[in-house]
Each structure stands twice: as C-alpha cells, then as structure tokens.
Design a protein around this ligand. Structure first.
Ligand SMILES: NC(=O)c1ccc[n+]([C@@H]2O[C@H](COP(=O)([O-])OP(=O)(O)OC[C@H]3O[C@@H](n4cnc5c(N)ncnc54)[C@H](OP(=O)(O)O)[C@@H]3O)[C@@H](O)[C@H]2O)c1
Length: 209
C-alpha cells in the first residue's frame, strides 16, 4: 500500500450506505475509488464514477473494502481475486432485518472473510459505527473511536491511516481474532441506536489519561 501522501486505489464492494459513505470520504481526501456492483449499468449508480463488476473493480486495487450484506459476502469474495490487496471487512454477520449476530463457531465474521477471500491481509474496521457517522464523524467533545483488528501489521497500519484521514480515532484492537469483539460492539451500537431508540446519531469514543 502506498504511503498516505500518495493516492490509494480502493475498490469498494457494495455501493450501499457504507460503501458510498466511505467511498465518498476517501474520494474527497484524494484516493481513487472504484465500486464493484452486481449491475454496473443500473441507473442507481449513475452519480458514481468508477462503477464496474466486482471482478473488474478489484483488479489492481491496493485496498478492497467489503461493504456487502452478510449473505452476499461469501459468493462475492469467492468470485474475485483480491491478490495482495489489503481487505477491509466492514461487515457484520447479521442476517437482513435481524438484530443479532449469527453464531460462528470459527470465531468471527472477519475470519470467514479471510477464508473466503484467501487473504492474510484482512483488517476488521468500520463495522462499529453507523454509515451516517462515516459521512460526518464530527461530534462535540470527542473524536469517534475506530477500533481496527488485523494480523498483518502493515495492512493494519494502512487501514488506521485511512480511518485517521477521515476523522476517526483509530485504535489498534489486536489480532484478527479480536474482530469478534468488534462485531459484538457493533451489535451493541445497533441495539442502542435502533432497538432502544437512541437513533443513529450516537457513537463510541475512548477516554484516556
Ligand atoms: N448501514 C450501516 O450503518 C452499517 C454500519 C457498519 C457496518 N455495516 C455493515 O456493512 C455491510 C453493508 O451494509 P449497508 O448498510 O451499506 O448495506 P446496503 O445499504 O444494503 O448496501 C449493500 C450493497 O451491497 C450490494 N449487493 C448486495 N448483494 C450483492 C452482490 N451479490 N454483489 C455485489 N453487490 C451486492 C447492494 O446493491 P444491489 O443489491 O442493489 O446490487 C448494495 O449496494 C453489512 O454487512 C452491514 O452489516 C453497516
């Protein structure tokens, strides 16, 4: 991955709320973003540049952001070649419409993402806050926490830079196995925002002394 001063080629798989929020922010700070979608000709993507099939969008990418519904993650990742790209797993292993994490005896959704993408450079990040906070992370009184879990130190550092560049307090949360904790933190955010009716304008921050 090039240093932060050079544009990074980022392929965003899934042009939904998370994909467009992060893709838009990274475009604004100077990175080159392509989107991988099922039907690149769909009128819904007319305002986006760099829309392609997932296979074409991933080719040559430095970073691949997985921003797909959980049920689409395995079929899409097993159908593309991510090569040496850093793979950011922003997903949560939650069925559509559900509020509970699915049970994964393997440990976490992120470890399944590593298996399905055949990559040792998977980084769990951007799953623990809402897409509205990705578009606008500015709150009074603190910087929003972005915990990042990965085994590959260079991949983790690259994703922490990408989080910092768009206004987050990036925090090393340990190895990829710790993604399970990040997925539970996401489940708590979803519970607080939607089941307990606080709404999506809430976010976690870390206090230090
Ligand atoms: N929404 C949030 O605030 C939030 C926050 C953190 C993490 N997450 C996680 O991030 C992931 C994405 O969530 P989201 O809210 O952004 O979802 P979303 O708004 O429903 O967008 C999902 C995108 O994936 C595309 N898609 C679905 N199946 C596909 C396939 N087989 N191949 C290629 N593209 C496909 C959809 O497009 P078409 O179906 O039209 O092709 C759509 O553009 C989920 O795992 C979610 O748990 C969400």
């Amino acid at each position: 991955v090039p240093p932060t001063t050079s544009p990074i080629h980022i392929s965003v798989l899934g042009a939904g709320r998370v994909g467009r929020a992060l893709g838009g922010r990274w475009t604004d700070v100077g990175h080159q973003v392509a989107y991988g979608v099922r039907d690149p000709g769909d009128a819904r993507w007319a305002e986006l540049t760099g829309v392609a099939t997932p296979i074409d969008a991933v080719a040559g990418a430095d970073v691949v952001l997985v921003a797909l519904p959980w049920t689409a993650v395995e079929p899409v990742l097993t159908g593309v070649d991510v090569g040496d790209a850093v793979v950011i797993d922003a997903t949560n292993p939650i069925a559509a419409g559900a509020r509970q994490l699915e049970a994964h005896p393997e440990g976490s959704g992120a470890e399944l993402v590593a298996r399905w993408s055949r990559s040792s450079r998977v980084v769990k990040a951007f799953n623990t806050t809402g897409s509205g906070n990705m578009i606008d992370p500015v709150y009074p009184g603190g910087t929003l926490l972005m915990p990042v879990a990965a085994d590959d130190p260079e991949a983790k550092a690259a994703v922490m830079r990408l989080a910092t560049e768009i206004g987050f307090d990036a925090l090393d949360a340990g190895p990829l196995a710790a993604a399970r904790d990040l997925e539970h933190l996401a489940a708590l955010w979803i519970r607080l925002a939607y089941r307990l009716a606080n709404g999506p304008d809430i976010a976690f921050a870390l206090l230090r002394r």
